[in-house]
Write a protein that binds this ligand. Sequence first.
Ligand SMILES: *[C@@H]1O[C@H](CO)[C@@H](O)[C@H](O)[C@H]1NC(C)=O
Ligand SMILES: *[C@@H]1O[C@H](CO)[C@@H](O)[C@H](O)[C@H]1NC(C)=O
Ligand SMILES: *[C@@H]1O[C@H](CO)[C@@H](O)[C@H](O)[C@H]1NC(C)=O
Length: 337
Amino acid sequence: MALLFFSFCWFIAFATATFNVTTLPFDEGYNPLFGDGNLVRSPDGHSVRLLLDVYTGSGFISSSMYRHGFFSAKIKLPSDYTAGIVVAFYTSNGDVFEKSHDELDIEFLGNIEGKPWRFQTNMYGNGSTNRGREERYSLWFDPSKEFHRYSILWTPNNIIFYVDEVPIREVVRNDKMGGDYPSKPMSLYATIWDASSWATNGGKNKVNYEYAPFTSDFKDLVLEGCPTGPIQKFPNTTTCAETDAWLESRDYAIMTSKSRSAMRRFRQRYMYYSYCYDTVRYPITPPECVIDPTEKQRFRDSGRLRFGGSHRKQMSNARRKRKSRPTSNVFTEQNDM
Ligand SMILES: *[C@@H]1O[C@H](CO)[C@@H](O)[C@H](O)[C@H]1NC(C)=O
Ligand SMILES: *[C@@H]1O[C@H](CO)[C@@H](O)[C@H](O)[C@H]1NC(C)=O
Ligand SMILES: *[C@@H]1O[C@H](CO)[C@@H](O)[C@H](O)[C@H]1NC(C)=O
């Protein structure tokens, strides 16, 4: 049994070689976003620590917006009691397009002591916040023990979320999605914040500040893609065509049969919710969903994955809201386990 598990992990972890990426010092690609005192750069400028204490969370944002790109960082999450905490690594343009924003999320959801971190991925296009496209997963390692690379690839044709070099989710653009496929320039954000109202067991387990400060470390930051000015709402698409072609030729953009089977294995073993199989929420399967018979079988009778249906409470202070995360989250589980 132990041997089986080990060989499975080996398969996942070594599915492909390390990505060929150029890492960026913090000051060359990013700016503090909020909670300045809780954002601590390393002396060499190549890593940054985000803290959450009883006063504030913290976050950073890319200096440019990007029209398509590869957004990536090695991240180490807080350990021990982390209920109610969210560490988010995401792209968004919610500050520029308030009503029609695009967003791609990786959100880590803290847990009570002894229970592992979970995480979710999500996508919004052109303000489609009423159509949650969440998937939730566990991991094959403890993300608070060491750094692992988490990445979002966004090209004109597809989106791939990665954990290390393992693709865990791919969204292939489909004409039927219309504006739901992100199309406008986005910034990269990384934040840590108090999401007591929804993050852990549907809000039952809240942040316990006796364990504060909570620290999340980021290093080996990568931003590859087509930068546009932060206020340039309608970039000249011609100028991004070359970068798009380059992006699509990169190792992280190429799905081999090996990486596809690593993705399938990850999803079979670690995915515990996908909107694609949630026929209560979506009686008509969303157009981008590729139904895998094995996944479908697994989720068919799954009663433990329920939605409360209530919107996550909006943070009362608009500025705080802007600074943490610009959208509401419709995903509220009755019971995470
Ligand atoms: C890595 O990518 C760079 C371009 O950014 C390229 O010049 C180099 O040859 C690549 N290295 C390998 C080992 O593929
Ligand atoms: C995005 O939404 C706006 C309304 O908010 C609409 O006018 C526009 O056509 C949409 N764009 C796409 C590409 O669907
Ligand atoms: C876009 O950029 C290209 C190359 O820089 C230029 O030739 C073209 O005229 C620009 N288009 C618009 C609409 O600005």
